[in-house]
Design a protein. Sequence first.
Length: 175
Amino acid sequence: MDDNEKLIRQCQKRSKKAFDELYKTYSPIIFGICLRYTRNKTEAEDLLQNCFLKILNKIDDYEFKGSFEGWIKRLTINAAINFFHEKRRSLVEPVDSYEPQSNNFDYDVVSQMSAKEIMEVVNELSIGYKTVFNLYVIEGYKHTEIAEMLQISEATSRSQLKRAREILQELIKKD
């Protein structure tokens, strides 16, 4: 039995010390995901706490099949989607609420940006655009999956992603 499995089993036995160690080990990873799905650090911290409550409540469901980190990430993404649903009313724009922009974008500018700079620009997106962008570009979900998760149409998912990319291009051009 490896150290990670021992830690998980101790958490399943409700060891506070083990859960503290689990938090210390995985909170940076989860916080990074939370930041991608929220508007600011305060919301991300709240979501992080909610995620760890979920992990604590569901740790008995982990069956040691597949990666524990993957299992935690999935719980975190689900919590982020729930966060999206709570904020939803003002987040998703109608499909035809914008005019398409021209596609002459200098991708060399992006290649010269650090990951931190790119995430700072992504964080300027509205929560709706940001959520679809993260699910599609970073997490690798398909539009059909995103539509189902967010309870929106596939066309809305596509248009949200298209608009997010256009806004990102505009923001990057400004800098």
